[in-house]
Each structure stands twice: as C-alpha cells, then as structure tokens.
Design a protein around this ligand. Structure first.
Ligand SMILES: Cc1cc2nc3c(=O)[nH]c(=O)nc-3n(C[C@H](O)[C@H](O)[C@H](O)COP(=O)(O)OP(=O)(O)OC[C@H]3O[C@@H](n4cnc5c(N)ncnc54)[C@H](O)[C@@H]3O)c2cc1C
Length: 335
C-alpha cells in the first residue's frame, strides 16, 4: 500500500517528546519556602527530583495551605519576609504559559532584565512534565503530562518563533529523526512497529511487531497472537476478533448496534460478546490506559474504537467497510 501520511506531513504535524532542557536559559536562583509556608522547601531536600514523584499527585502538600487558609478562613500568613529585591516582571505560575510569557518579555527587553517566576509546586512545567520509573536497573521514561506539540506548522509567527528560540527547529527534528531507530514510534516514525507489553506475574513481557496493524487484522496477526502467553482458545478468539471473521453483534439491527456501542463499556463487550477472559482483556487495554488514562471499563465501545482499539472489523460488513476506508487513509493500520 502506498504511504498516505508521509514523514514530512508528520513532522509538519506533530513533534513528539519536547524536553525541558531549554529552561536552563532561565535557571537562576530557585527560591523555596515562601512566606507563611515554613517547612515547604522541596528543592532543599537531598532526594529532590520531581520526575520520580509519579502518580496522580495533583496539588501536593505545601502548595495550597496558604491560599486555602486565606480563602476559607480569612487567615493571612503569620509571617512575612520582605525581600529587598527588584524585578521588572513577576510571573505567577511556571507552566508553559508563564515560562513563555517570561521568554517573550526577556526577548523584548534588555538582557539584564530581572524576572521572577513564582510557582507553588515542587517543579516547573505545570501540566507538562516528565515521569521516570526505575525498574530492575531500567529507567522507563513517560509523559507526566503534555507529550506532543500538536500541528506546529499552523502556529502563529509568535508561537513558531518560540519553538525556534528554544531549539526545536528543523535541524533538531532532523537530528531526532536520525537518532530514532526505524522500529521506534518516535520523532515521526508513525509507520514503525508498535510493540505490545503484556503484564506478567512479576515482570512485563514485551512483544515486538506492529500491533496497531495486528489489532485491525492486517499484517501477520495470526503469528503475533500465537506468541501471546494466553490459552489456545483465547488465541483463536483474538484472531477471529482482529480479522473480522465474525460479527459479534450479529443479533442486533444497525440502530441497535449504534445504541450498543454508545452505551456498553468496551471491556463488557469483550467479555460478554467476544468471549475474552478477564486475564486476556488487559492486553487490549494497555494502549487505552497509556492514551487516555482509564481502562476499557471506562470507555464505551465506540470511544475505545475511536482511540484505535480493535473491534470495528468484528461488527458486521458496514463497520468492516469503515475500517477499510480508514486503512486507505492511515498507513498505520494498512496491510
Ligand atoms: C496528561 C496530559 C497530557 C497532555 N498532553 C498534551 C499534549 O500532548 N499536547 C498539548 O499540546 N497539550 C497537552 N496537554 C495540555 C497541556 O499540558 C496544557 O495545556 C499546558 O501544560 C497548560 O500550560 P499552562 O502554563 O497554561 O498551565 P499549567 O501547566 O497548569 O501551569 C500553571 C502553573 O501555575 C502554577 N500555579 C497554580 N496556582 C498557583 C499559585 N497560586 N501560585 C503560584 N503558582 C501557581 C502551577 O503549579 C503550574 O506550574 C496535556 C495535559 C495533560 C494533563
């Protein structure tokens, strides 16, 4: 099949994995322990390293007490520290917006301009940060928030110039492309293998291959499914499901199918209709969890399919036809 989405299109469209290194440009003195939050000085702790503080942390202890006391009890902080310092700009919030505001201001002003960026959390970046997991001598890197720079080709001149200023330019993208192995989905190699990681008792089994294609019954999905650590009858069911050998909703009319996919959870569908066991279902949930957070118990069938989960080919001829049209447009799932 001819490639319909080219590397160039992709690079114009998405840049994945921008890091935080550009922030070194700002790195001045980090001021901890703001007035009234004695003891909140996370960066003074020897173990201070936010990327390993993973999980759904939200606003952690130390970040909200002063504001809550003021808003809910009208209590002002008991102690204040008067700083004999002058700043040309004070930015509240060191997320992307605050950091960008500081950058634009600095560009307009003299280099000696003094900017204070305040944040009430233990790390900069706001909703865009990095998570690190350390397991058996391996470091697994994951997004803690934002991951993709969506469609930078349509950015305004102002936003585009920021990308260039912080070093995300054509040269950086070409370098990222050159450094990315052909079988890694990174830096625009959407056509590369998308491996599958299956949770096992005390470790994870990672299986190579283009599982996005296999999910849609394309490529050598039978052999790939054959390598999964599941019973033979579950392998046969998965092969029929991926390949669209059967309509698992064949007792429903078209309107009833539409109601079903909009009201039943994806995992319930896999369990009741497809016949997958509760041990097999997590295999099909991994990418939903990575992409959206919740598992297939919290997605309707349609929501899961729209997120790329398998199933469209196994709901009758019309759905199979839609899947084929999608394959014509998206090289990712084409055979
Ligand atoms: C899981 C996830 C994935 C995402 N993926 C993408 C993606 O792939 N591509 C994309 O473009 N966008 C993505 N987003 C959205 C993107 O991350 C946000 O739109 C962006 O980070 C918002 O930046 P911001 O600076 O406007 O706000 P925030 O990042 O929320 O920054 C606000 C900052 O203000 C600080 N703050 C709050 N209250 C106070 C206070 N009282 N005093 C001082 N400081 C305070 C906070 O600590 C924070 O650092 C994602 C978001 C999440 C959560």
């Amino acid at each position: 099949m001819e490639t319909k989405i080219t590397r160039r299109d992709l690079l114009n469209g998405i840049v994945i994995g921008a890091g935080g290194s550009f922030l070194q440009a700002y790195s001045g003195r980090a001021v901890g322990n703001p007035a009234g939050t004695a003891g909140f000085e996370p960066n003074a702790m020897p173990s201070y390293y936010p990327p390993t503080l993973t999980g759904m942390r939200g606003s952690h202890d130390g970040s909200y007490e002063v504001a809550h006391a003021l808003a809910w009890q009208g209590q002002k902080p008991k102690t204040y520290e008067t700083l004999d310092e002058h700043y040309d700009l004070v930015v509240v919030g060191a997320g992307m917006s605050g950091l960008a505001a500081a950058w634009y201001y600095l560009k307009e002003m003299a280099p000696e301009t003094r900017i204070l960026i305040l944040d009430n959390h233990d790390d900069f970046g706001g909703h865009a940060k990095r998570n690190e997991f350390h397991y058996k001598d391996r470091m697994l890197l994951s997004l803690g928030g934002a991951q993709n720079l969506e469609s930078p080709s349509s950015y305004s001149d102002a936003a585009g110039s920021l990308m260039i200023d912080i070093g995300i330019d054509e040269q950086a993208i070409a370098q990222m492309d050159a450094n990315t192995p052909d079988n890694f989905v990174l830096g625009g190699k959407l056509n590369a293998d998308v491996g599958l990681t299956v949770p096992e008792k005390d470790q994870h089994l990672t299986l190579g291959g283009h599982w996005l294609k296999f999910f849609h019954g394309r490529g050598d999905y039978q052999s790939a499914v054959g390598k999964l650590p599941i019973p033979d009858d579950q392998k046969e069911t998965l092969i029929a499901f991926f390949g669209g050998d059967k309509d698992f909703l064949d007792d429903l009319s078209l309107t009833e199918k539409w109601d079903y996919v909009n009201s039943v959870s994806y995992n319930q569908f896999l369990f009741d209709r497809v016949g997958l066991s509760k041990e097999t279902i997590p295999i099909l949930n991994a990418h939903l969890v990575i992409l959206n957070g919740p598992s297939g118990w919290n997605h309707t069938v349609l929501e899961a399919i729209m997120a790329g989960s398998p199933g469209l080919r196994a709901m009758g001829w019309l759905a199979d036809f839609v899947d084929s049209i999608a394959a014509l447009l998206l090289d990712d799932i084409a055979g």
